[in-house]
Design a protein around this ligand. Structure first.
Ligand SMILES: Cc1cc2nc3c(=O)[nH]c(=O)nc-3n(C[C@H](O)[C@H](O)[C@H](O)COP(=O)(O)OP(=O)(O)OC[C@H]3O[C@@H](n4cnc5c(N)ncnc54)[C@H](O)[C@@H]3O)c2cc1C
Length: 497
């Protein structure tokens, strides 16, 4: 007998299983990957994209115990960045349709505290966030914390747990319901050798990642789908926008020294953002800016274009204006040469401004099923990522507020590159958000405030797919906070007393 079947052993699924370890609730944790990252399994993460180019899906997700945090870039980058969402992210904002969560930031705070411990984050005081140039203005300094906790160390704990059964290389492929259609009866999984495992749990949690959660709901019940009565599953897909938006011309060498705040210092790095009050008043989307010291030649169009082409080649997406970018490089070879030389001999003279911003919820940006099928004959996920002009316009307006604050603080001024032609390269940050969003109204969300699918009594979804508004922060700390909250809820509903 199984009380709870959890699909996916990434940070979300593992956090629930670990929290309920020893609770007496009989758990089956299904993970499509192995204990370590195996190349062959990653093929299951292939997908299609037909909107704004999203990073290749098989390179944005990892199937292994520990989930996508086992990505090689997380390890080589020295860990992952953690930051809670801001109070404004939970509010319904004027000017941002469909924004807001069913609860406020204060409600999530105790879960954030627990999540911080799970993620190995040291407590920080306000002094850590002080940055002289922007005190007391419309802009505030903020911190990302960096951690190397990738959840893989929980493997042995779960394997020896009295109530958790971990099935690795075992992929959930279908869910059947009872005759009412309002209760999941079975979860069918396929092992690496092709054999099937059928689980009959009292409750199911999908914790398979921001895209896969939607795909599982769309293909469930022999392809009829689950939880999609109002055509919301897969909609509102968002990425976290990452882009260079300009550069700061510092007023003096002191400013470049002050920019050390933005460097990685031990387990933190700094950023600046427009305060919640201004965002509320003006209807801005949330966004953080960091300053990266670079040689002056980086500010030229030729070097910018070269950088974009390089990124397009190694990572995709290949975006508009390819020919124009090549022309810029060809006609600005002297700037490119200056840049190459200045990296070797000169001190940095400008501070490149990098933005990490949120998108507004957009119903037309979505995950559907693709035309290709995977090795088990199941349609792959197709991502139609949409970006609204207003998403970038909001970053531009926030940048104007930052510019005013930096001038007032005698730090420097911002030269924006957002209106360059061809347009600035905007990339996603591999954060897959919103596809099974949380909303009290079943017509506007797939899950309710308890993360339970509106139309299926014993089916829950957790992870970044439930975020109804996205904020600027990297998602995993919030994913873990929500998972711990769901674990408490499940302890209450499934508890074996
Ligand atoms: C390069 C890169 C850098 C990143 N950097 C950061 C960062 O700095 N900060 C941050 O907060 N986030 C970062 N992220 C995002 C972070 O990895 C995710 O937010 C996080 O891993 C999501 O956790 P999850 O448990 O919801 O999903 P995942 O980690 O994706 O785990 C889902 C698990 O479910 C399994 N699964 C899927 N389908 C099935 C199925 N049908 N049956 C069984 N198992 C299944 C998968 O194998 C996987 O192990 C980064 C991601 C990438 C790619």
């Amino acid at each position: 007998m199984t009380d709870l079947c959890i699909v996916g052993a990434g940070p979300a699924g593992i956090s629930i299983a670990r929290e309920l370890d020893g609770s007496g609730i009989r758990i089956c944790l299904l993970e499509s990957g192995a204990a370590d990252v195996e190349r062959r399994v990653q093929r299951q993460s292939r997908g299609e994209s037909d909107g704004y180019p999203v990073h290749l899906l098989r390179r944005s997700r990892v199937r292994a115990f520990g989930g996508t945090l086992r990505h090689p870039r997380v390890r080589t980058g020295g860990g992952w960045a953690a930051r809670a969402l801001d109070p404004v992210d939970f509010e319904a904002r004027w000017g941002v349709p469909d924004s807001g969560w069913p609860f406020d930031h204060g409600y999530l705070l105790p879960y954030y505290e627990r999540a911080r411990r799970v993620c190995g984050l040291a407590p920080r005081g306000p002094a850590d966030e002080a940055w002289r140039p922007v005190r007391g203005s419309d802009v505030e300094p903020t911190l990302y914390q960096l951690t190397q906790v990738d959840f893989s160390d929980v493997h042995d704990t779960l394997v020896s747990s009295p109530n958790v059964r971990l099935l690795l290389r075992c992929r959930a492929v279908d869910f059947t319901t009872d005759p009412t259609g309002r209760r999941v009866e079975t979860v069918t999984a396929v092992r690496a050798d092709g054999s099937k495992a059928v689980v009959r749990p009292r409750a199911v949690v999908l914790a398979a990642g921001g895209i896969e959660n939607a795909r599982l709901l769309l293909t469930a019940d022999a392809g009829r789908g689950l939880g999609n009565e109002h055509d919301v599953v897969g909609r509102y897909f968002a990425e976290r926008l990452a882009l260079s938006v300009g550069y700061v011309v510092p007023y003096g060498p002191g400013s470049v020294r002050d920019a050390g705040f933005f460097d990685r210092r031990g387990d933190v790095s700094g950023a600046i953002r427009v305060v919640d009050r201004v965002q509320r008043d003006k209807g801005f989307l949330n966004c953080a800016f960091s300053l990266v010291p670079r040689p002056a030649a980086v500010a030229t169009t030729a070097v910018g274009s070269l950088s974009t082409l390089h990124k397009a080649m190694i990572r995709r997406p290949l975006v508009d204006g390819f020919g124009a970018r090549v022309r810029h490089v060809a006609t600005g070879l002297d700037h490119v040469a200056d840049f190459a030389l200045s990296r070797v001999v000169a001190r940095p003279r400008v501070l490149v401004v990098r933005a990490q911003g949120e998108q507004a919820p957009n119903r037309d940006s979505r995950v559907t099923l693709g035309s290709r099928r995977d090795d088990l004959g199941i349609p792959v996920a197709r991502v139609s990522w949409r970006m609204a002009d207003t998403d970038i316009a909001s970053i531009a307006t926030s940048l104007g507020v930052v510019d005013a604050a930096l001038r007032a603080g005698r730090f420097g001024f911002v030269a924006s590159t957002l209106d360059r032609d061809p347009a600035t390269l905007v990339e996603g940050a591999h954060h897959h958000l919103g596809t099974t969003r949380m909303h009290a109204d079943p017509r506007k969300g797939v899950v309710d405030a308890d993360c339970r699918v509106h139309s299926v009594r014993n089916l829950y979804v957790t992870g970044s797919s439930v975020f109804p508004t996205y904020g600027l922060s990297n998602p995993t700390l919030t994913i873990v906070a929500l998972a711990l909250r769901l674990a408490d809820h499940l302890r209450g509903t499934l508890g074996r007393g």
